[in-house]
Design a protein around this ligand. Structure first.
Ligand SMILES: [Zn+2]
Length: 282
């Protein structure tokens, strides 16, 4: 029986690299922080096959990274989550919608309205993908894991200039570990999130590409991240700021996609492992 299964898998995998990929054991939970330049994109994947893609960076950067992470045979993503409607988070999602079957699309309501959003929305509508607006208090259950949505607050008065204040932030808990995703949260939102979760986290997706205004001392004292990941690329904003790096470094290891490439964090039997595509300076 085992032999038959191997033969079947071998038929799916057309060369040795693909065969090794197909036969590799899947960890309990894995999170990819993709190197998409100055922008955000993450993939969360569970051992039961569930997959959530969060943001897509700018156009043209995500496709190859996502293909490597999902593997050659995968054509389905259960949930695509857009934290807010800015180009460095949504630009790469249209090509993903064109290539993969998306079950549900979740977003913050998109008060900001760049042309890229209209094109993405058109593609989602064309394929009949269901859109769901998330607000704080919403919860998603995936097997034994739970995602708790921490923002945006419901009934927040929408203004275009406040798009960062309306980002989706969330806490993922599963297999005894916690991951906090802060999108482009400004300091005021960090304060609200810290009050809401009130405990340390294992992994932090750092706010706003390591901006000097975010990752405040009070926020970090509340969430005390053992491992922080900054998604950042070439930019004119001074991201990541030395001040933010200094504050984050007080609590644990800090990884940056501009130095390490795509960063993969995975959980097996409760142990956290970190792999990066490159060695900084290497
Ligand atoms: Zn951003």
């Amino acid at each position: 029986m085992r032999k038959l299964l191997l033969i079947f898998l071998a038929a799916l995998c057309c060369d040795l690299a693909l065969l090794l990929w197909c036969l590799a054991p899947r960890p309990d939970l894995e999170v990819y922080f993709f190197d998409v330049g100055e922008g955000d994109s993450e993939l969360i994947s569970w051992n039961n096959g569930a997959k959530i893609l969060i943001d897509g960076g700018r156009a043209g950067r995500l496709g190859a990274e996502l293909g490597r992470a999902l593997g050659p045979a995968e054509r389905r993503i259960d949930l695509m989550l857009l934290t807010h409607c800015q180009v460095d988070h949504l630009g790469g999602l249209k090509e993903v919608v064109e290539r993969y079957e998306i079950s549900v699309f979740a977003y913050n309501g998109c008060i900001d309205n760049p042309p890229e959003w209209a094109l993405l929305k058109e593609e989602l509508d064309k394929r009949g993908v269901r859109l769901v607006a998330l607000t704080s208090g919403d919860r998603l259950r995936i097997g034994e894991s739970e995602i708790k949505i921490l923002s945006p607050l419901p009934n927040l008065r929408p203004t275009v200039s406040d798009e960062n204040g309306r980002v989706i932030t969330f806490l993922l808990k599963g297999f005894g570990r916690s991951f906090l995703f802060m999108s482009d949260a400004p300091p005021e939102l960090e304060t609200k999130v810290a009050a809401e979760i009130g405990s340390a986290v294992d992994v932090l997706k750092v706010s706003h590409h390591g901006s000097r205004f975010s990752s405040t001392g009070n926020f970090l004292a509340a969430v005390r991240p053992r491992l922080s990941v900054i998604e950042v690329g070439a930019n004119s904003y001074g991201h990541p700021a030395a001040e933010a790096l200094g504050r984050l470094g007080l609590y644990g290891s800090v990884y940056r996609t501009d130095l390490s490439g795509t960063i993969r964090v995975f959980l097996d039997s409760g142990i956290l492992h970190v792999f990066s595509a490159r060695t900084p300076g290497g």
